[in-house]
Design a protein around this ligand. Structure first.
Ligand code: HEM
Length: 322
């Protein structure tokens, strides 16, 4: 009983010290707890930033600030402020804050490297590289007037940055148990499922950045781009469903893995409903598109967390057997 509350506390303790996680958190060094919490906070801020980015695109606000990195040559364009300028300006501000916090993360990870797993500073540096690249792509989306390939690469890099943070966050969680030994092939299946959801998100980014649904319905152009996204639903769903079914049929599965597979099931259903609603309402309800992007990223994030935890489970078991 105490053990199971410790395990669920380990998964759910993303930023605060809950009573269930106190004992497991105390097994880690203070810098590890500090870095872990910072990583989870940046990950949540990134999810929100992606939602603001999606709202910026769907509200046609991508060029509301015509220059870069400033907006109308100033830090705060009070004269020109309206909803569109606000969205684009806030997107940049939020991104800059995440960039600065990531620099802090890298500094802390190198400073405390003796008390952290050896990969931590390297992975933090990788995340900084991704956010710098993301900033360059963000600038290019403006200077290249929302070129679709750059907009799609901007979404793809944001998802990679988000994924890197989640991998770090899960690897730094306290994990005081030696595997239940039942995880079987699930690490492989969930790795494939996360990859398929990532590809499906990129294809969604292409649909959005090329306004393919609009083009297809109004002038019968770019229907192949839209159809690729619709066909991609099949492998993406099959991959996620396999994770859900295998997890469901696996007895004595690690408690947090079961929670994550249930969450993936809920998010998959929501994502399908939102996709169909976006499609049938012809993008007229902007909130639906933003939610479709957010739930898609959350589904990817859930599968990434599941995958890392499943590999950890398998690796721990091998260590025990070895
Ligand atoms: C696992 C399944 C799915 C994932 C991961 C996914 C992911 C995405 C993502 C990330 C975008 C880009 C959103 C943006 O740029 O703001 C998108 C766009 C889109 N998706 Fe999906 N999608 C899925 C299923 C579906 C389904 C089932 C439909 C419809 C039947 C659908 C219809 C659309 C449409 C119409 C857009 C374009 C929205 C726009 O132009 O703003 N999607 N999708």
């Amino acid at each position: 009983m105490a053990n199971s509350s410790m395990r669920s506390g380990a998964l759910l303790d993303l930023g605060s010290e809950s009573s269930g996680s106190k004992s497991s958190a105390s097994l880690q060094s203070a810098p590890q707890v500090l870095i872990r919490r910072l990583v989870w906070k940046i990950a949540i801020a990134t999810l929100l930033l992606m939602a603001v980015g999606s709202a910026t695109r769907v509200m046609n606000a991508g060029l509301a600030c015509p220059d870069w990195p400033l907006c109308y040559g100033t830090l705060f364009p009070s004269q020109q402020m309206n909803l569109q300028v606000f969205l684009e300006w806030f997107h940049r501000l939020d991104a800059a804050l995440i960039g600065v916090t990531t620099i802090g993360l890298v500094g802390l990870a190198w400073w405390h490297r003796q008390d952290l797993p050896s990969w931590t500073p390297w992975m933090a540096t990788l995340s900084l590289g991704l956010i710098v690249f993301q900033g360059v792509l963000g600038g290019l989306t403006v200077t290249e007037l929302l070129r679709f390939d750059i907009v799609t690469a901007h979404l793809g890099t944001a998802l990679l940055f988000f994924t890197t943070l989640l991998i770090m966050g899960v690897l730094l969680l306290p994990f005081p148990y030696s595997g239940t030994g039942t995880v079987g092939q699930l690490p492989w299946i969930s790795t494939a499922a996360a990859g398929l959801i990532y590809l499906q998100s990129l294809s969604g980014g292409l649909v959005g950045s090329r306004w393919a649904l609009h083009q297809c319905l109004s002038v019968a152009q770019l229907c192949s781009v839209m159809n690729t996204h619709l066909l991609g639903v099949l492998p993406a769903c099959i991959g996620t469903l396999l994770v859900i079914v295998f997890a469901w049929r696996t007895p004595a599965l690690y408690h947090s893995l079961r929670q994550l597979s249930n969450l993936a099931a809920v998010l998959l259903v929501m994502q399908m409903l939102l996709g169909v609603a976006t499609f049938r309402l012809h993008l007229q309800v902007e909130l639906l598109t933003v939610l479709h992007q957010m739930v898609g990223a959350s589904l990817l994030g859930t599968l990434v967390c599941f995958t890392v935890l499943a590999w950890r489970d398998r690796y721990k078991l091998q260590q025990v057997e070895g």
